[in-house]
Design a protein around this ligand. Sequence first.
Ligand SMILES: [Zn+2]
Ligand SMILES: [Zn+2]
Length: 95
Amino acid sequence: MATKSEKIALNKIAELGCILCSEVLGIEGSAAELHHCRRYGAIRATSEILPLCPEHHRGNSGLHGLGVKRFEREYKISCEKLLERVSQKLGKDDK
Ligand SMILES: [Zn+2]
Ligand SMILES: [Zn+2]
């Protein structure tokens, strides 16, 4: 299970809101679920988690609905770029 500091980190990621809504659509603060990227195998690190709203996560226009390749084409942004933006935002919004 997640350790306490991991849980705090996960909460912070969720609090950012959907990263696709904010980066691609310009909508801030959409309630987000956490998506674990498994690009590098079964790594379980907070740096591999994307906050996505239910639609962009599990919906027809979302990461699971489209699949990673189509998702990246559709929104013209890679998961890696989104992960990068998440970590930038986490650093900046440290209160
Ligand atoms: Zn979204
Ligand atoms: Zn997911």
